[in-house]
Ligand binder design. Structure first.
Ligand code: PSU
Ligand code: MN
Length: 307
């Protein structure tokens, strides 16, 4: 147990605790993506099952993070997973202390909260679908996801399919550059745009192997800074950017018209995109999440092997 884990009363699930103690690779995952905030049922359960199976197939253990009954948790049992699949209360990193202190029944962790809890638990790899980023129109709203700050402040490798193209991807990459977060492209030259393999923006550094990713984390100059590994969606599941851009713009307009602000923006826009695409975006979302989980497990294994 780290001192931080002790101070916040972090509960580590038995399977995850055993894995950490025995040097078995562990991959953390967020709960927002599996809750009502991230994916509609039954796709959310399928996403969870496919991600866990992908991690297991690579010989690693999956550790979903959440706040349940006022306790921050890493590694959930089946009943707790069922609660996550029904969950709808989003918690970013800054909300977790409040959820603990006030004993909230439920908090679905975002990327920022998950990376922070993973670090507290001693887990070095985290897999998700897409990270939050700088929002389009940031000049007016100032909306920058806390995910980016968390990547800069926790020494965890986050494996993602880039960020959704409804964000401002050039500014998202600029932020990560300024924050000192290495951004790596998995066997690919371009930063991915979630449903699409390429955003048209070059990734700063390309890597070919999990060992290289592990080497980057181990060679960091700041104790506290993580690494972002971007993995393009598998080709067979890709939705061409041109097919989805207009739908994203409509979803963003709907959010603006409805006056949505703060943490409600991203879940609102995600739900609107699903409506706009008649659910066709869901299989792509599941395929990329599963693929990221599989690659994260390889990275976790490479980190264990370097110890
Ligand atoms: N992007 C997705 N699916 C998601 C999210 C982002 O494609 O479910 C969720 C993640 O939990 C991410 C959060 O950490 O949204 C970012 O929210 P915000 O933009 O409010 O920081
Ligand atoms: Mn925001």
């Amino acid at each position: 147990m780290t001192p931080l884990a002790q101070r916040i009363g972090l509960v580590i699930g038995d399977e995850v605790a055993d894995a950490l103690a025995s040097g078995t690779p562990v991959v953390a995952m967020e709960s927002t993506i599996f809750s009502n905030l991230g994916l509609p049922a039954p796709g959310n359960r399928e996403a969870y099952e496919r991600c866990v199976a992908a991690v297991r197939a690579a010989g690693a253990v999956a550790a979903v993070t959440a706040v349940l009954d006022g306790k921050p948790r890493v590694g959930l049992d089946a009943a707790q997973v069922d609660r996550v699949l029904e969950g709808s209360n989003k918690v970013a990193e800054r909300d977790v202390p409040v959820a603990i202190a006030q004993g909230w029944a439920e908090g679905m962790t975002t990327v920022s909260a998950s990376v922070a809890l993973a670090h507290a638990a001693g887990i070095e790899v985290f897999a998700t679908g897409g990270i939050g980023g700088v929002h389009r129109g940031v000049e007016l709203t100032g909306d920058v996801s806390a995910d980016l700050d968390a990547l800069a402040n926790h020494p965890v490798v986050t494996v993602c399919a880039g960020a959704k193209a409804f964000l401002d991807l050039p500014r998202t990459l600029e932020f990560l550059e300024g924050a000192g977060v290495p951004v790596l492209g998995w066997q690919h030259d371009d930063f991915p745009a979630f449903y699409s393999r390429s955003s048209g923006l070059p990734v700063p550094h390309r890597v070919e192997t999990a060992a290289e990713v592990a080497g980057v984390l181990r060679s960091r100059l700041r104790e506290e800074t993580g690494v972002l590994l971007s993995v393009p969606i598998p080709e067979a599941a890709e939705i061409p950017a041109a097919d989805i851009e207009a739908k994203m713009v409509r979803a963003l307009q709907a959010s603006e018209q409805a006056g949505v602000t703060g943490p409600k923006v991203t879940p609102f826009v995600l739900a609107r995109i699903e409506e706009e695409t008649d659910g066709e975006s869901i299989p792509a979302n599941l395929a990329l999440a599963e693929n990221n989980a599989a690659i994260a497990a390889q990275v976790a294994r490479a980190l264990v092997e370097r110890r």
